[in-house]
Write a protein that binds this ligand. Structure first.
Ligand code: MN3
Length: 211
């Protein structure tokens, strides 16, 4: 895999900025990718330029290394490596050609939440519950699904936790189109979800932890 460690590059998205219209608008997609993600990449590269020992680490490795870093680096690496990781994941889990979940992920959602409708309701409630800026996640741990939230640019990457879906509820993800109506944005987000990619991530989680 290329571009998974320093120096990080902001690759073009695999779809056009307007490809998710009318659910996620082109202006939001462009400022989110070309503006916000680029800024996290630039800040992370600037930090790592002065830390040769950290330049060989992938984003998950950087994020997991935070507790062992010198105190002066902890917040900056957590926020900026998290900002790059979370946004790359967010964009990779959107698609202009969404297909309903099938296979193992669909079965696990059925077993864990009682079906797509209750899952959607619980996930929406989690997204709505984030106070201020943060994320809601569907994550797998040892084959078990759960819904989590994190503040700021924190991730749920920890022992054996693999994110399958991530919902960015920072206002920059929806304010241009939906202003303060976060629930409308979450409804739209569900319409352009890349379930194939989530399914692929579940299979990968069951065979190895992300490195
Ligand atoms: Mn964002």
């Amino acid at each position: 895999m290329t571009n998974d460690r320093y120096p990080f590059v902001n690759l073009p998205l695999p779809y056009a900025y307007d490809a998710l219209e009318p659910f996620i608008d082109a202006a939001t997609m462009e400022v989110h990718h070309r503006g916000h993600l680029q800024a996290y990449i630039d800040k992370l590269n600037a930090l790592l330029a002065a830390e040769p020992r950290l330049q060989g680490l992938t984003l998950p490795q950087l994020i997991r290394s935070v507790p062992t870093l010198p105190p002066r680096l902890r917040t900056a690496i957590r926020d900026n490596a998290g900002g790059v990781y979370n946004h790359r994941l967010y964009f990779s889990l959107l698609t202009p050609e969404p297909k309903a979940p099938t296979g193992m992920l669909s079965r696990k959602i059925e077993q864990t939440f009682g079906g797509m409708k209750p899952f959607t309701e619980q996930f929406t409630a989690a997204g709505m519950s984030v106070f201020g800026s943060g994320y809601a996640w569907l994550a797998a741990q040892n084959g078990t699904l759960s819904i989590l939230t994190t503040p700021n640019q924190n991730t749920p990457l920890g022992a054996g936790v693999t994110p399958l879906l991530v919902l960015d509820v920072w206002e920059h993800a929806y304010y241009l189109k939906h202003q303060n109506r976060r629930a409308d944005y979450i409804r739209s987000w569900f319409r352009v979800l890349n379930w194939n990619e989530a399914e692929r991530r579940l299979h990968k989680a069951l065979t190895m932890n992300e490195r």
